[in-house]
Design a protein around this ligand. Structure first.
Ligand code: GRF
Length: 223
């Protein structure tokens, strides 16, 4: 796969560089890698950072020929040093947009400051419902099913200092069927996530996102 900053056949926008942070299996990362490789996404993954050295996400990155770096409290035990290492790694790989894809840690002030309004996360429900500390993975879908909600979905939002509170960029709904279980719902939402994340990244790469306080405006798609 082509790296960020190298000549490319897809035109100017393909130079738009993503830094993906992931802790888990990495299906969202894979969806981004696939779309990037096939030219469906005008952006490339320049680096993947994982806080778990054995994560599927790091394996997927290496398989795609993308630099895959393990940075965690183990590699950087001194206070503040992990935050600085993450921020420097993103910078040194020419990252324009930071993409959290199942990243289980909070980012520190150095990273948040140097990528203000250029860090996105995807959450497997319709924020501001079913979000916040401790609401991740299967717990989200269990809470949705238990609540009796008839809709769920996915949310792409900007990242701030708290969990799941940053300005919302895109949301897509799906129906929760009466027979849905947390597992069946998780599968349906994950498929939506893969599409929605690519869509949000494309809007960033094409310069169509404007942030005004808590409001995010998407510039007209008409040419
Ligand atoms: C996704 O459900 C995402 O919404 C959440 O973490 C999960 C990551 O899944 N933030 P994967 O590792 O991309 O498969």
């Amino acid at each position: 796969m082509l790296q960020c900053g190298t000549a490319n056949p897809f035109g100017e926008n393909a130079a738009y560089c993503l830094g993906v942070l992931a802790s888990g299996g990495g299906t969202n990362l894979q969806a981004i890698l696939n779309r990037s490789a096939s030219g469906r996404l005008p952006a490339r993954v320049g680096v993947v950072i994982g806080n778990n050295s054995k994560s599927g996400a790091l394996v997927r990155a290496r398989r795609a020929g993308v630099p895959a770096i393990h940075l965690s409290g183990r590699t950087h035990p001194q206070p503040g040093s992990l935050d600085r290492a993450i921020s420097e790694t993103l910078r040194s790989h020419g990252v324009n947009l930071v993409v959290l894809a199942g990243y289980m840690k909070k980012l520190g002030p150095a990273t948040l400051e140097s990528y203000r309004n250029r860090i996105v996360n995807i959450h497997p429900a319709l924020l501001p419902a079913f979000g916040g500390k401790g609401m991740f993975g299967k717990r989200v879908h269990e809470a949705v099913v238990q609540s009796g909600a008839q809709v769920s979905g996915a949310t792409v939002h900007l990242v701030d200092e708290e969990y799941d509170t940053g300005p919302i960029i895109l949301q897509r709904r799906i129906r929760v069927a009466p027979e849905d279980t947390p597992d069946s719902l998780a599968g349906k939402v994950l498929a939506v996530e893969h599409e929605l994340y690519a869509e949000a990244i494309r809007l960033f790469a094409e310069g169509k996102i404007r942030v005004d306080g808590r409001n995010v405006r998407i510039l007209s798609e008409r040419r």
